[in-house]
Design a protein around this ligand. Structure first.
Ligand code: TXE
Length: 489
């Protein structure tokens, strides 16, 4: 049985709740895990609070905190095959993609380890008064609730855990109830690397019963959440009465803008990975293709030809290039968006149904789907379907491309394809999104900030700002020779 990790001990759920984890690729039982409820969430917060208020971690020198993150990075490298396998069984993701993720995760810990160990830890302020010593120092925020989703389970966890620990915080992690295993494995690696008991705590379970109590608990100082927009709004409201610091990464409906002068083969190829990677279950997926009028027919014809040939299969099928959706309920949601799009006038160019291959019958597969002739306002264009569904809209000129790109409540990412360098930069600067790629799609590095504008959320992960999210700036003013002011005398 997989248990909760509270105060450095593996612990069964207080109410004896359990949950079965099944692989989305074929429905096989992966494991049975403990299911936390409010009592467990409260116990985990108590442990994290105690470790912050009385434990050694917040006062551990930054160089040692950085060194611990570097040790975790090495342990992640050591165990990457086992971690990748566990991730693939929980998510249904191709093993090769999970291996890439584990390498990125090790890099993330390495980046924050170096940043913390070598970075500046405050500054002396020039007040102009030699009788005053004024300094600004950076302190940890306190107890952090880290709530993560199922599409990149350990990656999104790493983006929070590494900076949170690096800054000296303690935390309670609540991974998605669908994909708990790599979070469990990470807890073991943190302990092996020497993290003091109570600094890292793990509760497994549903959002409403294991996650929501963390967001309401007055002993929690900060909530960092990655997930859906509706849940993000709920979490922000739950955190409001106790005025917690909140960071939200809520996905996107990301435009991929292709001008007629784009490098054709590369633009088609990247348009496919932009949207069909991990069956479209990527917060930065390029799910809205905006293509210039004169290129439209040739571009979409070639795109559809290639999309129709993408082989689907489970994590360990070497011939597969895309896997299943996470759950039956999620596939039904994607299907409903496609049906709505067709009812509103979109033209189905490929996909639009489940595969008929009997070998895939027990998984939650859905064919790569291209909906052409889409228009602003269709729900399949405005909402995040989070599946392998590409909508295609046409534009005439640069202004119209930018207007369509920004015609969304989201602002996480986007891309522009053009061989005109000046236009690439102009459009990149006008697209309201936290990341814009020019002649590329999807790359990110731990050194560069990641996060959204508008309703994609606020706060940044990765980069120096990703560390600063988990810090408070404190001004310490010391009067070196106090003498009476006689203000009231
Ligand atoms: O996510 P939820 P769901 C989007 C995507 C998807 C939609 C819904 O469009 O279709 O969100 O997916 C926990 N208090 N993204 O329902 O609910 C939950 O247990 C505290 C985008 O699976 O956002 C899980 O750990 N926690 C996205 C986490 O929140 C709560 C990635 C995410 O679940 C909670 C995933 C509550 N009241 C989905 N309710 C991205 N940004 O990458 C749920 N949770």
């Amino acid at each position: 049985m997989v248990e909760l990790f509270i105060g450095g001990e593996w612990t069964a759920a207080a109410d004896g709740g359990v949950r079965e984890i099944r692989c989305p690729a074929d429905g096989t039982l992966v494991a049975t895990v403990d299911e936390a409820g409010p009592k467990d969430a409260s116990a985990a917060v108590a442990a994290a609070r105690d470790a912050f208020d009385r434990g050694p971690w917040p006062g551990t020198p930054a160089a040692e905190r950085g060194a611990l993150l570097l040790r975790v990075s090495a342990l992640l490298e050591r165990d990457k095959d086992a971690l990748a396998r566990a991730e693939s069984l929980d998510t249904g993701k191709r093993l090769v993609e999970s291996v890439y993720d584990m390498e990125d995760i090790a890099r993330c810990f390495r980046y924050f380890g170096s940043l913390v160990a070598t970075g500046g830890h405050g500054r002396v302020v020039d007040t102009g008064d030699p009788g005053v010593d004024s300094r600004v120092v950076h302190e940890p925020v306190g107890v952090c609730a880290l709530i993560t989703p199922w599409n990149y389970p350990l990656l999104q966890t790493a983006w929070k855990v590494a900076p949170a620990l690096g800054a000296g915080n303690t935390f309670v992690l609540k991974p998605s109830e669908l994909t708990p295993h790599t979070a469990v494995m990470l807890m073991r690696l943190l302990a092996e690397a020497g993290l003091p008991a109570g600094a890292a705590n793990l509760v497994l379970g549903a959002g409403a019963t294991a996650g929501a109590p963390l967001t309401e608990d007055p002993r929690v100082d900060m909530v960092s959440f990655t997930g859906g927009l509706v849940t993000g709004r709920r979490i922000m409201a739950a955190a409001a009465p106790t005025v917690k610091k909140v960071a939200l990464e809520l996905g996107g409906k990301n435009p991929n803008i292709v001008f007629a002068d784009a490098a054709f083969d590369a633009a088609v190829d990247y348009a496919l990975t932009a949207v069909f990677l991990h069956a479209g279950q990527v917060c930065s997926a390029g799910a809205r293709l905006l293509v210039q009028e004169e290129l439209h027919d040739a571009f979409v014809t070639e795109l559809v030809r290639q999309a129709g040939a993408i082989p689907l299969g489970g994590p360990f099928d070497d011939d597969a290039r895309a896997g299943p959706l996470i759950s039956a309920a999620h596939r039904e949601k994607v299907e409903a968006y496609v049906a709505a799009g067709l009812a509103e006038g979109a033209v189905l160019r490929c996909g639009g149904e489940r595969p008929d291959d009997p070998a895939l019958r027990d998984g939650f597969y859905y064919l790569p789907t291209v909906l052409d002739e889409c228009t602003p306002g269709m729900s399949v264009v405005t909402d995040e379907s989070f599946g392998p569904v590409l909508t295609v809209e046409r534009f005439r000129d640069e202004d119209e491309a930018v207007a369509l790109a920004n015609d969304t409540v989201y602002g996480l990412a986007g891309a522009v394809w053009t061989s005109d360098a000046a236009r690439g930069h102009r459009v990149a600067s006008r697209v309201r999104a936290g990341t814009v790629w020019i002649n590329d799609f999807h790359p990110y590095v731990p050194q560069a900030e990641w996060g959204g504008m508008k309703q994609s959320g606020f706060g940044r992960e990765l980069g120096p700002t990703g560390l600063a999210e988990y810090q408070e700036a404190k001004h310490i003013w010391r009067n070196l020779s106090p003498s009476p002011q006689r203000w009231f005398a």
